[in-house]
Structures are given as structure tokens and as C-alpha cells.
Design a protein around this ligand. Structure first.
Ligand SMILES: [Zn+2]
Length: 310
């Protein structure tokens, strides 16, 4: 029986009806009018109802991928930074509203599961997925199962420490990989170059406007030969590439799937990760390793959430 997948972001809820093979039969997207839990539940219900209506089939179960830390058994969102939520029992609330069993997972786990079943991970049993977007995260599929850890937060690659007492991270700790390599922090570090007047190329590319800076600005400044930009970029690339290489050494996946906005739009950084894995992952761990790009784009989370509910 098809299932319902929900992708809960900071501004929209998307819903899709997905069959057991991971094919999307219909989808809908509704803007979050209110960001309080009751309002968000109503928006999700509206998107779900539109998707189910246009698919014209019955669904059995609902999976939700949310940008949040989730208590894996209770479906409680411990921390959802985009929505400003703490300890919201979204699983129970949605189950009551939709009249369906509901499973809530982290958005990255949902995306990884989608790629594993219906995208770049098809046919493999041991898959490591690394996404670099505004944040940095990984998901581990070992022996065909999603590794979620005792508390449900396994795979948090963005919060491994790379510099003792280093830059402050969005998680509240210091020296995390994400504080150097996540999209938000690449932008922050590039703005610091602009504000300090240290990088002529960043000043030129952004027209002096910090709002125009993206991670691509940094990569372009490096390509233009800018020394200050290169310093920031090299550090980010080195930390990321070595972290992914080390994760490959530890997990020995058959496939490494790279995705997320930063790796998609900054081909130089992506290349550095691939080269880093080839140089630094242990030779035995990378024997037979296939490095590939995520295939499902924005739909991976929707498809994966639906398949996890099946
Ligand atoms: Zn952190």
C-alpha cells in the first residue's frame, strides 16, 4: 500500500504519496502560515490531504522528515531550530490529526533512506551519505539498516570537533566541523573577510554587499587567486575532506553519496572531498568504494520519509 511522506522545513510543508518502490504518485506543497505546533499540524494535514486527493489512492502510514533532533521512540522533537521548537510531541499530534500511524525522523535520515531505496544507493547494503548544505550531516546505512544510535542522533558529522576551542557552532559547542564548513558558516567567514577588508576578490564579487555573499562567492574568490579567501577555503576543504575520509575508514561503505546545496553548487569543494577520500581513507576501506552524487534532489526526503513509514 502507498504511504505518505512529509518534508517539514522552516517555511513549507511538502507531502507526497509514494508507492513501495519509491515512486511519487502525487505531491503538494503548502506554506507554513503559523509556526506554532498546532498551526504546523494543520498545514501538514492540508498538504497531506491535497496529495492523497490528487493521487486518488488509500495510504497506510505516514513518515515525516524534520530538520530537528528527534527522540526516536516517542516522536518528540527535542530541538527544531528552524521552527524555534523544543520538546514538541509532533508524532502524537499528527497521529491524532491524520488518523494514521506516524513515524518521525531527522530530515537527513529521510533523505538518505530515499537515496538508498530509490536513488544513488540502490542495490548497495552499506552506504554512507554526506550532505553539506547550510549545515553538515551524514547518515549511515549498515547492512541495509539505518543506524540511528541509542538516542537517535548517530551520524552527526557536522558536530565532530576539528579545532579544540575553535569557532562557535550553531549547536552551542565550539570547534565543530560545521562551524568551518557548513553553508551558513562559509558565508559568515566570507563576510568576515569582507568586513575586515582582507579580500579584494570577495569585495569585488559581492559589490561590497554582505547580503550577496554565498559559498559560491568564496569559491570564485579562490579561483580568482585571492590569498585571504584561499586560507578560509583551504581550511574548510581540508577539515571536510579529512572528516569524510576518516568516516569511510571507520565504516567501510560500498557507496559514498555526496549531496546538499554546498557540494552541488561548489564543484571545487566536492572535488576536494573526493580527492581527500582517495588520499586519506585507508586503502582497504576504499577498495571497491563507489563515490556518487545524490540523485533525487529535493525529493529524497519526501520519498525516504514515506518509505520509512511503510
Ligand atoms: Zn556543532
Amino acid at each position: 500500500m502507498p504511504t505518505l511522506g512529509i518534508d517539514l522545513g522552516g517555511t513549507f510543508a511538502r507531502a507526497a504519496v509514494v508507492d513501495a518502490a519509491g515512486k511519487m504518485l502525487a505531491s503538494a506543497k503548502v506554506a507554513l502560515a503559523e509556526r506554532n505546533p498546532a498551526g504546523v499540524v494543520e498545514t501538514i494535514a492540508q498538504a497531506a490531504s491535497e496529495a492523497v486527493k490528487s493521487a486518488g489512492v488509500l495510504v497506510g502510514g505516514c513518515g515525516v522528515g524534520a530538520a530537528a533532533q528527534i527522540h526516536k521512540d516517542s516522536g518528540v522533537l527535542s530541538v527544531a531550530p528552524n521552527l524555534g521548537w523544543r520538546n514538541v510531541p509532533l508524532g502524537e499530534m499528527l497521529k491524532a490529526r491524520l488518523g494514521q500511524p506516524v513515524r518521525i525522523v531527522n530530515d537527513l535520515s529521510a533523505a538518505a533512506w530515499g537515496e538508498f531505496h530509490a536513488g544513488a544507493g540502490r542495490g548497495a547494503q552499506d552506504v554512507l551519505v554526506v550532505f553539506v548544505g547550510s549545515g553538515v550531516g551524514s547518515a549511515i546505512i549498515a547492512n541495509g539498516r539505518l543506524v540511528d544510535g541509542a538516542g537517535g542522533v548517530a551520524g552527526e558529522l557536522g558536530h565532530i570537533k576539528v579545532v579544540p576551542n575553535g569557532r562557535r557552532c550553531g549547536c552551542g559547542e565550539q570547534g565543530c566541523l560545521e562551524a568551518y564548513t557548513g553553508g551558513h558558516n562559509l558565508i559568515a567567514q566570507t563576510r568576515e573577510l569582507l568586513e575586515g577588508g582582507k579580500s579584494p576578490a570577495v569585495t569585488k564579487l559581492s559589490g561590497g554587499d554582505p547580503a550577496r555573499i554565498t559559498p559560491v562567492t568564496l569559491e570564485q574568490a579562490v579561483e580568482a587567486g585571492d590569498a585571504a579567501a584561499r586560507e578560509v577555503y583551504e581550511r574548510a576543504a581540508l577539515f571536510l575532506a579529512m572528516a569524510v575520509a576518516n568516516q569511510v575508514t571507520v565504516l567501510n561503505p560500498a557507496r559514498l553519496i555526496l549531496g546538499g546545496g554546498v557540494l552541488t553548487h561548489c564543484p571545487g569543494l566536492r572535488r576536494r572531498v573526493v580527492e581527500g577520500v582517495q588520499a586519506w581513507a585507508s586503502q582497504t576501506a576504499r577498495e571497491g568504494l563507489l563515490i556518487t552524487e545524490a540523485e533525487l534532489g529535493d525529493d529524497s526526503g519526501l520519498i525516504g520519509a514515506a518509505l520509512l513509514a511503510g
